[in-house]
Design a protein around this ligand. Sequence first.
Ligand SMILES: NC(=O)c1ccc[n+]([C@@H]2O[C@H](COP(=O)([O-])OP(=O)(O)OC[C@H]3O[C@@H](n4cnc5c(N)ncnc54)[C@H](O)[C@@H]3O)[C@@H](O)[C@H]2O)c1
Length: 367
Amino acid sequence: MNKFQSDLAAIVETPNATYPIWVGWDILNELGERLSEIITPGKLFLVTDEYVHNHASEVASSLSNSGFDSKTFIMTSGESNKNLDTVLKIYEWLAMNKAERGDMILAVGGGVVGDIAGYVAATFLRGIAFAQIPTTLLAIMDSSIGGKVGVDLPQGKNLVGAFYQPKFVLSDVKTLETLPERELNSGWAEAIKHGLILDKQLFESFENDSKRIKSLHPEIATQIIRKSVAIKANVVSKDEKETLGIRILLNYGHTIGHAIEASTNYMSYLHGEAVSIGMMAAAYISESIGLLNHQNVERQKGVLQNYGLPIDSSKLNMNLILETMKSDKKTSRGTINWVVLHDIGKAKTNNQVDLKIVKEAIKKISV
Ligand SMILES: NC(=O)c1ccc[n+]([C@@H]2O[C@H](COP(=O)([O-])OP(=O)(O)OC[C@H]3O[C@@H](n4cnc5c(N)ncnc54)[C@H](O)[C@@H]3O)[C@@H](O)[C@H]2O)c1
């Protein structure tokens, strides 16, 4: 594996699994070679969607060059297809192709493909190996790391799922060149969040080198994405199942962010956009309870705006947001554990935030 050491962003180590996360530039074509160094799989089953098909073809030819046989399932893209109907279609395709326990599923795509392919892998034949090859910034930064896999029900998002870790994650930053700009910006929200909660230096890189980062400068963008990925990997390694109060820090901006997504029926905002507005609300809360100074609230706002992200919204309904927050699956017995900042790069939780302060923060993000 030494040859590929320079791309290694992190090794995730949980009680259930240890796996590498590689983040590099133009490395899809090395997948076959990397795979042959870490595993001797049987058949390989690629799951992708129609907009990622080109990248999946590159993966398939890299595999074939290293002597692996692969087959590809192309699902219809979009959150509305992250459901049990698609799961069933993939199960049937695997069964038809006589997939066995020793085989492997490779998810090539965004978070939708990764979540669904991972869920299929966790459950088909009581679990077969899988790997993540994320192609959106959000998936590179967030959904491919940590083993949360699942699908939506008509009653709510991600209601069915599992913790199921991949064998490896290979992220090729070059694949982001084909990603629509809005999707790219949405991913920057999660990356910036990692700096805000745990790494001041990372945040300052986002602040000071935005031109090269936003234009996906091969070396600079890859480097910063690798650093940000390492933060999530490290958190997940320490607290795989969100029980130790560490992984929860990744929820900065997500309490109100999720409520914004749900109360606008997932139609108005991409995930990262809603999280960006949610992070502003969380920063206002942090300021109101005397933790974060105003200058740092403004710095956060400036960086989010610079990366094309919204910081407020005209579509918010206060009562609906409060109602939605109450029914969030992370709300425990009516108490919300807020993630707040006490400095840039330093986050903690607080479950005593007064409702009045929350309402004021929601007013500030409503225009
Ligand atoms: N498992 C987790 O821990 C976790 C964390 C966060 C989000 N998620 C899930 O992730 C999903 C959202 O993921 P997403 O934002 O990646 O959305 P997505 O998978 O829907 O991808 C967005 C769009 O970009 C297209 N696309 C993907 N890669 C491309 C590329 N390189 N070039 C051109 N087009 C490309 C896709 O076809 C799709 O149309 C949600 O379902 C969310 O619940 C999961």
